[in-house]
Design a binder for this molecule. Structure first.
Ligand code: F6R
Length: 260
């Protein structure tokens, strides 16, 4: 069972996760951090940027993105390469040479998955993976039906995902149809998964992922197969969890040495 931490708001979640990462960095300055894009992880990056401004050195960190749109030029403001540069690399002071995003260039897309898997292996594997969840239950762009053994590959986005992400584009028609995304099998190899979710729109997918049956129809449920998962959510995203009271009780009685 994943550890579920319910916090008051996204800002509290951001500071909790950022403090955890900062503590990990003290033991392991060359931490390999898996970075999600989208809105959810932004409070974590903002809190890490604050710590960086106060002197936290993240220049030895390797960052590996979860996914990329296929066919958006890297320089497009909504390519995940651009988003990671803008939201993570620059504010946190990461070394751009240590930041890797799957290659969404259609000219070499057939080998993009394999090349990114090799990149993860070469980096020594992901130590801490930040995850968001889609309203339909995807993690990274593993849409419903994705195999639990899947590796980085091209996936077709659902229409729901394209509608959800249309807010970043002029219209839904501008949202790419394909992505190159780490697979569920790739994500499950990371050493610690931190899944974040905020707001009511995530409540159903979150509850199904944490407490529902383990099924490829709900890709987020893959987290139930992992040995170290921390789910950090606000009250709205937690609202459909059956065992909310138990999670709160467990947090109250958590031994201080355990951390998240
Ligand atoms: C992003 C990603 C996606 C998002 C998910 C939630 O790299 O892989 O799984 O985490 O679509 O998006 P937001 O956070 O924008 O609600």
């Amino acid at each position: 069972m994943a550890e579920v931490v319910v916090v008051d708001d996204a800002e509290a979640a951001g500071s909790l996760v950022a403090r955890h990462i900062a503590a990990r960095l003290e033991q392991q300055p060359a931490l390999v951090l898996g970075v999600a894009t989208g809105s959810t992880p932004l409070p974590v990056y903002a809190a890490l940027a604050d710590l960086a401004n106060q002197g936290l050195d993240l220049s030895s960190v390797t960052a590996l993105a979860l996914d990329e749109y296929v066919g958006l030029p890297q320089a497009h403001p909504q390519s995940y390469r651009s988003v990671v540069t803008r939201e993570v690399v620059e504010p946190l002071g990461l070394d751009p040479a240590k930041v890797h995003v799957p290659d969404g260039d259609p000219a070499q897309i057939e080998t993009a998955g394999e090349r990114f898997e090799q990149r993860i292996v070469d980096s020594g594997g992901v130590d801490v993976q930040i995850l968001g969840i889609g309203t339909g239950g995807h993690i990274a762009f593993n849409e419903p039906g994705s195999s639990f053994g899947s590796l980085t590959r091209v996936k077709t986005l659902t229409e729901q995902t394209r509608r959800d992400n249309a807010r970043f584009f002029d219209s839904v028609d501008d949202v790419p149809i394909h992505s190159v995304t780490q697979g569920l099998g790739t994500i499950l190899r990371a050493r610690h998964l931190i899944l974040l979710a905020f707001g009511e729109s995530k409540a159903a997918a979150l509850a199904a992922s944490v407490e529902g049956p383990v099924t490829a129809s709900m890709p987020g449920s893959a987290i139930q197969l992992h040995h170290h998962v921390t789910v950090v959510v606000d009250h709205a995203a937690a609202s459909e969890l059956r065992e909310r009271d138990y999670y709160a009780w467990a947090q109250l009685n958590k031994p201080a040495w355990q951390g998240i």
